[in-house]
Design a protein. Sequence first.
Length: 89
Amino acid sequence: MYLFINKNNIQKYNGEVLKRFVGKKLVKTVANPTDEELREFGYMKLIESKEPEYDNERQFLECEYDVVDGVIQTQYTVCDLPGLDAAEG
């Protein structure tokens, strides 16, 4: 299970004790959470899409994350390496 931070960053659940605060008051702790408890804390399943083929000498992959229907999905974009056309010309 993963926590969606932003389109460029997700964080895998690493086994820590989960803590929920209201203001400065600790209202809930969970050790060894179930999948349901992880979902309560905002964690989601990760669906990894297949990386597209690309020429690693001329291109690179950008990976972004998006939340779709309650799961995190990877989205890959093939990008050209900058400056190749000028160097070849």
